[in-house]
Design a protein around this ligand. Structure first.
Ligand code: 0X9
Ligand code: ZN
Length: 311
């Protein structure tokens, strides 16, 4: 049943049900948290797993800032599912004993629902803008270098696909992440997107390298390791590079988590590699292989940052 179930994309409702089931199965290590509510009132959920002592290193995995990137829900969901279901086995038991892992697989539930039922290629959230158009781009709404003028793909025109919003953190979806990250002091962040098969690290807003050499070397090394681990599974190449090398943007998630808090942060663009391979519309039979190849990279990230948090 589990393998078959994994070959379908979740809705916001079915994801909630499964996260609830996981939390109920292991109340000793897992807790379902509502970190906020979307514009249309859907809960933005995170499963918090691990040690409850406090003062331990914590990691955050997120998915689906962008509505149409359905695979970016499934990878963090399958991660937290495995962490809960195999919580008593090595190496997971050790991780959960020494740290905390938070997983929010669907940051933009309204947009996802709109993509699922109305417009498959919807990207933004479902804010009704002042000009009557819909949607702010959640991955342009974060408060580090927000709205900087003359940066491409970061628009001040509400109807555009990359509308930054009227001000930083104007949206309940990004407010939820802001408030969580402000409270929990994470030692590492991964945010999943699709598509292009990339492992991106700051900066996104400028082509200048981040000034702190130690942080830079750490993120470059980790991105390189994740690339190797991913390739070893099914031979897929996920290219490691600074976010701005893809294209510069202002106000994305990892510029804020790194720029404001110094947290080692990665944006992972999942399958497929190209538009010709389906672009945002990835067949459901690709869910498991995409998870399989990302699993060791996520595990390595956990192992490194829970053992030796930096910052
Ligand atoms: O444009 C985005 O928000 C991300 N790509 S996507 O196709 N998933 O929309 C990339 C964000 C990475 N940051 C920068 N390129 N600055
Ligand atoms: Zn995206």
């Amino acid at each position: 049943a589990t393998a078959a179930a994994a070959e379908q994309y979740h809705s916001a409702a079915s994801l909630e049900e499964e996260l609830r089931r996981l939390a109920e199965a292991r109340p000793d290590i897992a807790e379902l948290k509502e970190i906020g509510r979307s514009i249309e009132g859907r809960p933005i959920l995170a499963l918090r797993i691990g040690d409850r002592r406090g003062g331990v290193p914590k990691l955050l995995f997120m998915g689906c800032h962008h509505a149409r990137e359905w695979i970016a829900v499934e990878v963090p969901f399958l991660l937290v599912k495995e962490l809960v279901e195999r919580a008593d086995e090595a190496p997971i038991a050790g991780w959960l004993g020494s740290g905390e892992i938070w997983v929010a697989p669907m940051v933009n539930p309204d947009g996802h629902e709109h993509s699922r039922t109305e417009a498959r290629l919807w990207r933004k959230n479902r804010r009704r803008n002042a000009d009557g158009s819909f949607g702010v781009d959640p991955n342009r709404n974060y408060g580090y270098m927000w709205g900087t003028l003359d940066i491409p793909t970061s628009s001040h025109v509400p109807s555009d696909e990359t509308y930054v919003g009227p001000r930083a953190f104007s949206e309940p979806e990004t407010q939820a992440v802001r408030d969580l990250v402000g409270c929990e002091r994470f030692a590492g962040v991964i945010t999943y997107h699709s598509y292009s098969q990339l492992i991106l690290y700051p900066w996104g807003y400028t082509e200048k390298p981040i000034p702190d050499l130690q942080h830079r070397e750490q993120m470059v090394a980790m991105a390189g390791e994740m690339h190797d681990l991913i390739e070893a599974v099914h031979g897929k190449i996920y290219v490691p590079q600074p976010s701005s090398e893809l294209y510069p943007t202002a106000g994305d998630t990892t510029d804020w988590t790194y720029g404001t808090y110094g947290i080692p942060s990665f944006t992972i663009e999942l399958r497929p590699r190209t538009f010709e391979e389906g672009g945002f519309v990835l067949p459901a039979d690709q869910i498991m292989p995409t998870w399989e190849e990302n699993r060791p990279a996520a595990f390595r990230f956990i192992e490194q940052l829970l053992a030796a948090p930096v910052g």
